[in-house]
Design a protein around this ligand. Structure first.
Ligand code: PA5
Length: 530
């Protein structure tokens, strides 16, 4: 094992970053075959970085690598946009921190809180980075609304109470038309109005030029607008205005994030499998999944700060690789399932199954060498046993679990970083972005579109139209009606109607009588004005 470990251990000295794939049981023949296959992935990545339309289904370039190396952008205009955005983000955050940008009421010199509204790629990166890197006492308290759940929105607004008048609201949507984001924005706006406050002086937009959100922000004179570009995907937008604005406002060193990603990008550009950390990851994934998603990727960071890494990677990997068709249109149903939480916590939960149960996964351990910042000499950390600290347990648990899994024929990858810093987090993000791109090349799919999420959105729209129709019929008929009657009058399917009326009844918008659990006995009536 030691020989194999030494043979396969990758180390980046500038980043203090290790990738160890020695506990993945690939064979020398497989490596030889992968070296050949990776040639294509390297060539495609080179073309992508040079500005080729790498997302043909949407007719777009894929430019997240330029965000941390603007000099590599394919046109001077793109380079200028990237550089200007970073400067604008830095100066906006500084002005908010020092009160040059402040709430409209002169008696309130500083913004205290931020409500960040966005979903998917417009939230997961900022949430992950916030959890990993935000200082304990950040200059602004961050709150995320990444859903259209009224209860979640109410809870936040109630918690904020009067602080809403010192709260900046940032609405993030590349397309500018995502309904969940628009709904949360309307709810928050309503809360400002209830306090007698106009929304625009509190509102910032991050979106593409000329999107619905952009037009609204400009027409109403919102405080500021930051750009998204069509060549940045939501799930790879952490180093665009999306991730940088959130991080800068929280007091996180965004130049460090960019630098870490930039250095990792250089390392993952090396067209040699054995010396490229992302290619090593890709090879390990391919071995485990047989290039067909046969095993799930379990992400186990042994660090509380990295709790959201698995959720972040879940989107990056599954939204990118989970595709029905290959690039020639053949049905392939690709993907890799990703889940995880953190160690050692998971050892008291699902690791039992990982060790002893169904062998349908491979693990990725994330190890952080530094336990905590050094303490004053007269305030040493407590020993939990003679000569043993809590951090030693964390390390022991990681290595112990890894061995227990390996001994029971369960493979794992280990990524080790010196510490959780903007630089290492930037590098981690860049490493996975690249590995996802390489893997997509190997399995011949487009990693940069997301046609599947459209289907659910269309169905949701159809159901909302059906609901509007139902309410209109109930109001017009003004009498109790059965499900069958409503189905025949709307042409809608009866199960959908049943589900809609149950929801309307629970929210006091219609009356249901005869609800004995048997849908056929139901009578549905409009709510009577009292
Ligand atoms: O990665 C993606 O493309 C998606 O997850 C999007 O980020 C998500 O759907 C939100 O889209 P938008 O930013 O347009 O509101």
């Amino acid at each position: 094992m030691w020989q194999r470990y030494k043979e396969w251990l990758y180390y980046h000295p500038q980043l203090d970053f290790y990738v160890d794939i020695s506990r993945v049981r690939f064979t020398p023949e497989f490596v030889n075959a992968m070296e050949v296959q990776m040639e294509r992935a390297f060539a495609e990545m080179k073309a992508l970085e040079a500005g080729e339309i790498a997302n043909p289904d949407e007719g777009r370039m894929v430019g997240h690598y330029w965000l941390r190396a603007p000099e590599l952008a394919p046109t001077p205009a793109i380079r200028r946009d990237i550089e200007t955005t970073v400067q604008r983000v830095l100066s906006f955050a500084q002005d908010v921190h020092n009160g040059l940008i402040s709430p409209p009421d002169p008696a309130l010199p500083h913004f205290t809180d931020v409500i960040w509204i966005g979903i998917g790629g417009s939230a997961l990166g900022p949430q992950f980075v916030s959890q990993a890197l935000a200082p304990l006492f950040p200059p602004l308290q961050f709150h995320f609304l990444d859903n259209t759940d009224p209860d979640g929105i109410d809870r936040l607004l109630t918690q904020l109470g009067g602080r809403l008048q010192t709260t900046l609201t940032i609405v993030t949507s590349k397309s500018g038309s995502t309904p969940e984001t628009a709904n949360a924005m309307k709810e928050v706006r309503h809360a400002y109005a209830q306090m007698g406050l106009e929304f625009p002086p509190y509102a910032v937009a991050v979106t593409m030029e000329a999107s619905k959100l952009d037009l609204q922000a400009r027409q109403e004179g919102w405080l500021e607008t930051f750009p998204m570009y069509d060549w940045i995907g939501g799930r790879t937008s952490e180093m665009s205005a999306v991730g940088l604005l959130a991080a800068a406002l929280e007091g996180i060193d965004i130049m460090g994030l960019l630098e870490g990603a930039r250095v990792m990008d250089s390392a993952t550009r090396v067209p040699n499998l054995r010396h490229n950390p992302a290619a090593l990851l890709t090879m390990a994934w391919y071995w485990e999944t047989k290039g067909k998603g046969e095993k799930a990727m379990v992400i186990l960071p042994y660090k509380d700060r990295l709790l959201l890494l698995s959720r972040y990677l879940q989107q990056l990997v599954m939204e990118s690789l989970g595709k029905a068709k290959d690039r020639q249109g053949n049905l392939v149903e690709q993907g890799i399932t990703v889940y995880g939480n953190k160690g050692t916590t998971d050892q008291h939960a699902y690791v039992q199954q990982l060790r002893d149960g169904i062998n349908n996964f491979f693990a990725t351990f994330i190890e952080v060498l530094r336990d905590r910042p050094p303490r004053e000499i007269d305030n040493p950390p407590p020993e939990v046993e003679p000569g043993i600290y809590s951090g030693d347990y964390l390390m022991g648990a990681l290595l112990g679990t890894r061995k227990a899994l390996y001994d029971n024929n369960r493979d794992s990858i280990t990524i080790t970083i010196g510490d959780v810093t903007p630089k290492t987090i930037g590098a981690l993000i860049a490493l996975y972005e690249r590995a996802v791109g390489f893997y997509a090349s190997l399995v011949n799919i487009n990693a940069y579109d997301q046609p599947g999420v459209e289907a659910g959105k269309k169905e949701a729209q159809r159901l909302l139209q059906l609901q509007t129709q139902l309410l209109a019929i109930l109001a017009q008929e003004n009498r109790p009606m059965t499900l069958e009657e409503l189905a025949s009058k709307t042409g809608g399917d009866i199960e959908a109607i049943y589900q809609i009326v149950r929801h309307l009844d629970a929210n006091f918008r219609i009356n249901l009588e005869g609800n004995t659990g048997k849908p056929d006995t139901l009578l549905i009536s409009p709510l009577q004005e009292s």
